[in-house]
Design a protein around this ligand. Structure first.
Ligand SMILES: [Fe+2]
Length: 467
C-alpha cells in the first residue's frame, strides 16, 4: 500500500511540475503577444524573475551564511558543520532566525529590483502573475519541513511558524512594491490593488500548511498525496484566474484605447476649430495653435499639473473662438479701428464664453475665452477683473497671446526682435501681466537663445501651415 502512495505522490509531483511549465510557457507567449519585448530581453527577464532560480540562489546564500555563523559564532570546524547539515535538529533557533532575516531582506531587495526592471522594460502584468505564482510555489515547497520526526519538537515548530509568518510579510511587501511599479507602468492606479494579489497566496499557504502539518504528524505518504492533490487543484485555480485576469486586462486595454481615440478626435476637432477662427484673419495664421502651445509651455514652467497643462492647451486653442461673431471687415480692416469697431472686437471674449459654456463635459474651457483680455491691474476687458481674481488659466493665456502678437508678422510690421519683446513683457509684469506667468515666459525666452519660438519656427508651430 505504501508503494502505491509513493508512486501516486511522484506522479502528482510530476503533474504539478508539468502544470507549472505550461503556466510558464503561457506567460512567455502572452508577453510576446502583448508587449513586443525583444527575445533576449525576455529571456533575461524570465531567467532572473524566475522564483525557482531566485530561490536556489538565495538558498545557496543561506547555507553559506549558516555555515559562516556556525563556524565563526560557535567555533565548529567545517567538517562538523557538514555533519550538522545531515541532521537538521542540530541547527539552533538563533541561526534559523538570522538566516530567515537575511532571506527576507533579500526577497524585499529582489522584489524592488524586479519592480524597477518590469517598469523599465515595459513588461506586462502577465510576467508579474507568473512571478507571483512561482514565488508561492517556491515558498511552500522550499520551506516544507519534509517527512522528518524533528517537526514534533516544539522549538522546530516555533521556528517554522516564525519563518512562515516572515514569509507572509515578505510576500505582502513584495506584492506591494511590484504592484506600485506596475500601477505606474500601466497607469491604472485605481484598478490594480495589491490586496487582490495577496488574498490568493494567503488562502494557498493556509490550505497548504494544514495538510503539511497533517503529513508531518501522521508521517505517512498518504497524507502527502493529499497535499499534492490540493496543491494541484490550487495550481489549476491559479491558471484559471490567470486567464480571467488577462481577459480583463485586455478588455480594459480596449476600453482605454477607445477612450484615447475619442480624446484624439476631440483634440483634432478643437484644432480644426482653431484654424477656422484664425482663417478669418489673414494675418493671424496659426495664432490660436501657437497661443495654445505657449500657454502650455508657461504652465509647465510654472510647475502646474499635467492635467492643468493639457487643459490650458485646449483653452488656448479656443480662446479667440468668439471672433466668429465679429464681422470679417472689422477683423481684416487695414487701417486704425474706430472706437465703435474696437467695441465690436471687444465683444469676442463674451461671445466665446457663451459658445464654450455649451460644452458641458469641460466647463473650464470657457474661462480662457472670457478673461484672456483682462489685465493684472484691472484695466482689461470685459469684466475688469484684477490680480488673482482672474482665473490663472486666463492670466497665462494673456501672456502667451501678447507674446504671439509681438512675435508674428502683421500687415503693418514684421515680427519684433526678441530683446524688444522681452523688455516689453518685463516692463508690463504686474501691470498688464501676471508676474509669475510673465517670469516663466521670460525664462522660456532666455532658454530660446536662437529665437526659434516665433511665428515661422517650424519647431513650435507645426500646425500653422495648410490652412
Ligand atoms: Fe483675443
Amino acid at each position: 500500500m505504501e508503494m502505491f502512495f509513493r508512486i501516486a505522490n511522484l506522479i502528482l509531483e510530476f503533474a504539478f511540475f508539468v502544470c507549472y511549465v505550461i503556466f510558464f510557457y503561457c506567460s512567455i507567449k502572452k508577453c510576446f503577444q502583448r508587449d513586443g519585448v525583444s527575445k533576449s530581453n525576455l529571456f533575461v527577464l524570465i531567467f532572473f524573475t524566475n522564483p525557482m532560480v531566485v530561490f536556489l540562489v538565495l538558498g545557496m546564500l543561506i547555507i553559506i551564511v549558516e555555515v559562516f555563523v556556525l563556524i565563526l559564532g560557535y567555533g565548529y570546524d567545517a567538517n562538523t558543520v557538514v555533519d550538522m547539515y545531515r541532521n537538521v535538529s542540530k541547527l539552533t533557533l538563533a541561526t534559523g532566525l538570522a538566516t530567515n532575516i537575511i532571506f527576507t531582506l533579500l526577497l524585499i531587495l529582489f522584489s524592488r529590483v524586479i519592480g524597477k526592471w518590469l517598469k523599465a522594460n515595459n513588461v506586462s502584468l502577465v510576467v508579474f502573475i507568473y512571478l507571483m505564482f512561482g514565488v508561492i510555489i517556491a515558498l511552500s515547497g522550499g520551506r516544507s519541513m519534509g517527512l522528518n520526526s524533528e517537526y514534533k519538537d516544539f522549538s522546530f515548530r516555533l521556528l517554522d511558524f516564525v519563518c512562515k509568518s516572515a514569509f507572509l510579510v515578505t510576500v505582502f511587501l513584495m506584492y506591494h512594491f511590484l504592484i506600485k511599479a506596475l500601477a505606474e507602468l500601466t497607469k491604472q492606479k485605481h484598478r490594480i490593488r495589491w490586496m487582490t494579489f495577496v488574498i490568493p497566496p494567503i488562502a494557498f499557504l493556509l490550505f497548504y500548511s494544514v495538510f503539511d502539518v497533517l503529513t508531518f504528524y501522521s508521517l505517512s505518504y498518504d497524507a502527502n498525496v493529499v497535499v499534492q492533490i490540493s496543491a494541484l487543484v490550487i495550481l489549476l485555480l491559479f491558471i484559471w484566474a490567470f486567464y480571467v485576469i488577462i481577459n480583463n486586462i485586455r478588455a480594459t486595454d480596449e476600453a482605454l484605447t477607445a477612450k484615447d481615440e475619442v480624446k484624439e478626435l476631440s483634440v483634432e476637432v478643437m484644432e480644426a476649430l482653431a484654424h477656422t477662427i484664425d482663417a478669418k484673419d489673414a494675418y493671424t495664421n496659426g495664432h490660436s495653435v501657437r497661443v495654445a502651445k505657449y500657454s502650455r509651455m508657461i504652465a509647465e514652467k510654472m510647475g502646474l499639473s499635467a492635467e492643468f497643462c493639457e487643459n490650458i492647451y485646449y483653452m488656448g486653442l479656443l480662446h479667440d473662438i468668439g471672433k466668429i461673431g465679429v464681422p470679417n471687415e472689422i477683423i481684416n480692416k487695414p487701417g486704425r479701428l474706430t472706437d465703435d469697431e474696437y467695441d465690436v472686437i471687444k465683444t469676442h471674449p463674451e461671445i466665446g464664453y457663451q459658445i464654450l459654456s455649451e460644452i458641458k463635459s469641460n466647463r473650464e474651457l470657457a474661462k480662457g475665452a472670457r478673461w484672456h483680455h483682462e489685465r493684472y491691474d484691472g484695466k482689461g476687458y470685459p469684466d475688469r477683473k484684477a490680480g488673482e481674481v482672474i482665473p490663472l488659466e486666463a492670466r497665462i493665456i494673456a501672456v502667451a497671446d501678447s507674446y504671439d502678437a509681438m512675435t508674428s508678422n502683421r500687415s503693418y510690421r514684421s515680427y519684433l526682435p526678441q530683446d524688444v519683446v522681452r523688455s516689453e513683457i518685463e516692463n508690463n509684469m504686474g501691470t498688464q501681466f501676471d508676474p509669475e506667468a510673465a517670469k516663466c515666459m521670460l525664462a522660456i525666452m532666455d532658454e530660446d537663445k536662437e529665437y526659434r519660438l516665433h511665428e515661422h519656427s517650424d519647431n513650435i508651430v507645426e500646425n500653422s501651415n495648410g490652412m
